[in-house]
Design a protein around this ligand. Structure first.
Ligand code: 2AM
Ligand code: CA
Length: 284
């Protein structure tokens, strides 16, 4: 087996092996529940959905992680009250953790609920606040995106690289339509209005983690969105960085776990990308 494939080899009780195992197990289980679950609740607003499957997936992952690493800390979307303040507080509460697992058990819940086949499991491990392992698993395509700090990023065992577009006009860019209709959605819509005529085209799959993985894989040139949470971005941020791309907030500051307004790209068009958002006053 070539060196390039090594990081996806599962062995022993390594952090990466556990992350992969959790994502694969949760993803397979989620897939069996597609169109086959009982409870649908809303969280922050009628646009913010959660199902028993989100909760079950998080329990499965948490149990597995803590079985292997009982002294590690765990931050999962379903363990946090809805809303930006609670998210920020939950992250602050874990700021002293040496090893912190940051998990979105289903990123793209609205898609899952509607049977629109774009949703992923996102699992990151941070060491002293820095992401060192990131896994995003898409069970519908059976694609596993993996990055280890300093060791590159891989999709299903194949090394990933960001795309090569250097201009906005040649870029395919993704964004989202945030559930928060008071603050995040209007800002994002401003960015959309400004960027749509300037780029090759825009896409919106409904899963931030999948967009980050696709930037890493060179399938998208860039991605931005206002009002995301640490669990949407932690794994994807390492995927993009280890594939040669850049992750900042929408104002250009380096990525850290607290970033909510994200801009990720191949790096080559990051400057005009951020500039277009700034000119549109769509950054915060
Ligand atoms: P989710 O499916 O895990 O909720 C789509 O715009 C992206 O926004 C998805 O990654 C989605 O993740 C996330 N999202 C949905 N509701 C959100 C909320 N209230 N706050 C922050 N992010 C949200
Ligand atoms: Ca989620």
């Amino acid at each position: 087996m070539s060196d390039q494939r090594e990081p996806s080899v599962v062995s022993g009780k390594s952090f990466t092996a556990v992350a992969i195992n959790c994502a694969a197990k949760a993803g397979e289980w989620i897939k069996t529940k597609l169109g086959n679950y009982n409870r649908l609740d809303t969280k922050y607003s009628s646009h913010d959905l959660v199902t028993e499957v989100d909760k079950g997936s998080e329990q499965l992952i948490k149990k597995l992680v803590l079985t292997h690493f009982p002294h590690h800390s765990f931050l999962g979307e379903e363990g946090v009250e809805p809303g930006p303040e609670a998210s920020a507080q939950a992250l602050a509460d874990k700021s002293e953790a040496e090893y912190l697992w940051i998990v979105d058990p289903i990123d793209g819940t609205t898609n899952f609920v509607h049977g629109f086949p774009f949703f992923v499991v996102s699992i990151a491990l941070a060491y002293k606040g820095e992401v060192i392992v990131g896994v995003v698993y898409d069970p519908m395509k059976d694609e596993l995106f993996l990055a280890e700090k300093g060791k590159g990023a891989y999709v299903s065992g194949k090394r990933m690289q960001v795309s090569k577009e250097e201009t906005l006009s040649s870029s395919l860019i993704a964004t989202g339509f945030p559930a928060d209709h008071l603050y995040a959605l209007p800002l994002n819509l401003k960015g959309i209005q400004a960027l749509a005529p300037q780029v090759r085209n825009l896409r919106s799959s409904g899963s931030a983690a999948l967009h980050m993985a696709y930037v890493a894989a060179g399938r998208l040139t860039g991605f931005w969105e206002i009002g995301l949470n640490s669990w949407d971005l932690a794994a994807g941020s390492l995927l993009v960085q280890e594939s040669g791309g850049i992750v900042t907030d929408t104002q250009g500051k380096s990525y850290h776990l607290g970033v909510r307004n994200v801009a990720a790209s191949n790096g080559l068009m990051h400057e005009p990308f951020l500039k277009a958002l700034a000119v549109a006053e769509a950054t915060e």
